[in-house]
Write a protein that binds this ligand. Sequence first.
Ligand code: T46
Length: 143
Amino acid sequence: MNTEIIKIPKINTSNLNEGFLTFIESQHHIPFEIKRVYYTYEVKKDIIRGHHAHKKLKQILICIYGKIEVEVDNGKLKKQHILDNPSEALYLGEGVWHTMKWLKDNSILLVLASDYYNENDYIRNYDEFIEMVKGGYWNENTF
Ligand code: T46
């Protein structure tokens, strides 16, 4: 599966009653150069987004507030990841069908992406995705 949970640095400033600070550096903590950042917010509990895979795009998903379940599917195997820790990131490589389910109202999903927005990189039809998997469009390379 071309996915992995990555621990990212968490600086403890709570001894100063100032909470925590987390940072992410391209190529250091994540395996690509960041070209785009986007976030999804004001989403109600039980909403499911996603339902697509990417041909080439690599992404990092972080729930910076609340709780979101991400289901990943490489056409052979499905896994669920609960994101509820701002210092934990889900790496999502290319060729992974994914859905994100909001488990708490107003959870915020922050995404770091390896490329600019391009609708042609999306596969939004599951049957088409399965055909591409069977046809060997992606190698089983893991991060
Ligand atoms: C993904 C998951 C995790 C843009 O115009 N620019 C952008 O950078 C993005 C991300 C989206 N859009 C447009 C495309 C659609 O018209 O915003 C609309 C909503 O996008 P979508 O329905 O794909 O949103 P999600 O939450 O289902 O998926 C998003 C990303 O699109 C996708 O790449 O992997 O988050």
